[in-house]
Ligand binder design. Structure first.
Ligand SMILES: Cc1cc2nc3c(=O)[nH]c(=O)nc-3n(C[C@H](O)[C@H](O)[C@H](O)COP(=O)(O)OP(=O)(O)OC[C@H]3O[C@@H](n4cnc5c(N)ncnc54)[C@H](O)[C@@H]3O)c2cc1C
Length: 436
């Protein structure tokens, strides 16, 4: 008897000791909300929990792209509910909205969880091998490349969304893959104009390209049995010169840097194919050797975002870099940034910092002061068939032109801002001085 009572007592103590953990619930029951920035604005997720399960998930995403964002808002709540976790696959073609939903859902779960582990779920890392400042087209590409080199990567983005200028662009890309050209109509009239140029029409560095294009075009025009359109890297180079040539407001001749353009153009096929493989769909662009994503720059950035994040880059939005940290030798070792709460945060970069904050195109003051270019394209005869389609950006006109008097702005395919020749620079500077 005595022995039994000791055993019973021991069992009772054990039960008492283990009882709290058996009884401990996973969640604090209740309803929790969290938001994350999606494609066009805040995506808010609201989740209800009982002690051990997620019982309801709803998403409010009023600013996402109609026809695409709703694929994620429709499917993900049930997927999260079924899986009882925010660790579910994003919906392809709506990856940015998906990521926002999943990020916000993870934050709801973190709020509802009782254990310490969950509390760290939404913590922002502050150290990486490489820190990229800016999550535009360039920053996302840089982040992916750094990850491929084996570096851990953090991308700091001042805006609430990724994508920078490309998000509001058509997303046109140079692409002249052979199979693609084969799908296009013959373009005899379009390319015949190149035969009228002479070496004197181009700077010396374009001589070989002109020779190549003229030989190609002659052969193409002679071979009437050939199907598809003619295009080539050499032709793109000539077009970049012809379109990029101009005179600045001080009368100097200017054109795009040859090596810079060539580096990008030569990789056009690799770049396109990688984006296409990740789901980007295109149609023929509005001018030669251009393809345009079906959903414009939004689609381009969605795919770039997917590539960068699939590679393992972490992107932190609403975080503006304001300074670089350097060590005693002058080496850049980190970034000082302002987080969404207005707090100053230091990010440590073990191997380096890549600044991909774009140009000064969005800074009116600097545009007025430094953009010293006016449109004087050489796309006049003898190549009248090449369309002179300067993408005029109505929103820019609306927001900037009033401040600049009668001056109007447009943006070229290369991202350069073109200011029509009137009013003269002095008047623009005067206009700048009168800005509030
Ligand atoms: C209307 C329009 C149409 C265009 N059409 C085309 C086209 O069809 N084809 C084409 O090839 N090009 C086009 N362009 C040009 C092209 O979009 C840009 O050249 C390209 O997007 C630039 O990318 P980027 O990453 O260098 O810079 P940005 O796009 O400017 O990206 C910079 C990023 O850095 C962030 N950032 C800035 N400062 C900080 C900071 N301090 N801390 C953290 N983040 C910061 C910004 O918020 C932004 O997200 C177009 C441009 C416009 C405006």
């Amino acid at each position: 008897m005595k022995k039994h009572s000791w055993v019973s007592l021991l069992l009772a103590v054990c039960l008492l000791m283990t009882f709290p953990s058996l009884a401990e619930s996973v969640y604090t029951p209740g309803t929790y909300s969290a938001a994350a920035f999606g494609m066009g604005g805040d995506v808010t997720v609201t989740m209800t929990f009982d002690a051990n399960t997620i019982t309801a998930v709803s998403v409010d995403a009023p600013d996402e792209t109609p026809g695409f964002g709703n694929k994620a808002t429709d499917a993900l709540p049930q997927m999260i509910l079924d899986a009882q976790t925010a660790d579910v696959d994003a919906i392809s073609t709506a990856t940015v909205t998906s990521d926002a939903i999943l990020q916000a859902a993870a934050a709801c779960i973190a709020q509802a969880r009782n254990d310490g582990e969950a509390a760290t779920e939404g913590e922002t890392p502050n150290e990486a091998d490489v820190i990229v400042i800016g999550a535009g087209a360039a920053g996302l590409a840089a982040a992916k490349a750094a990850r491929e080199s084996g570096a851990s990567v953090l991308v700091l983005e001042a805006n609430g969304r990724v994508g920078g200028s490309a998000m509001v662009s058509a997303g046109n890309l140079n692409y002249i893959g052979a199979e693609w050209l084969e799908t296009l109509e013959r373009n005899d009239d379009e390319v015949r104009g190149y035969l009228d140029y002479t070496a004197a029409d181009f700077p010396a560095e374009y001589a070989a390209d002109l020779e190549t294009v003229q030989a190609d075009v002659r052969a193409y025009l002679e071979d009437t049995s050939r199907t598809g359109a003619y295009d080539s890297v050499a032709r793109i180079m000539l077009d970049h010169y012809l379109k990029g040539y101009g005179k600045d407001l001080d009368g100097n001749e200017v054109w795009m840097d040859y090596d810079y353009i060539r580096a990008g153009v030569e990789r056009n096929e690799d770049i396109y194919l990688e984006l296409a493989q990740e789901g980007m769909e295109v149609k023929q662009g509005n001018r030669p050797h251009f393809v345009t994503p079906l959903r414009g720059g939004t689609e381009l950035i969605e795919v770039q975002y997917k590539i960068a994040t699939d590679a393992g880059a972490q992107i932190i939005t609403k975080t503006r870099a304001v300074d670089l940290v350097t060590d005693e030798t002058g080496k850049v070792t980190g970034v000082i940034a302002i987080d969404p709460n207005g707090e100053t945060v230091t990010f440590t970069a073990n191997k380096g910092v890549i600044i991909a904050t774009g140009s000064f195109a969005a800074n009116l003051e600097m545009v007025v002061q430094y953009q010293n270019m006016r449109q004087a394209s050489r796309l006049t005869p003898p190549a009248p068939t090449l369309p002179q389609t300067w993408a005029t950006v109505s929103s820019w006109r609306k927001s900037l032109a009033p401040s600049l008097g009668t001056c109007s702005l447009s943006v070229s395919s290369g991202g350069a801002i073109w200011i029509k020749p009137t009013p003269p620079r002095a008047a623009r500077l005067a206009a700048q001085n009168s800005l509030p």
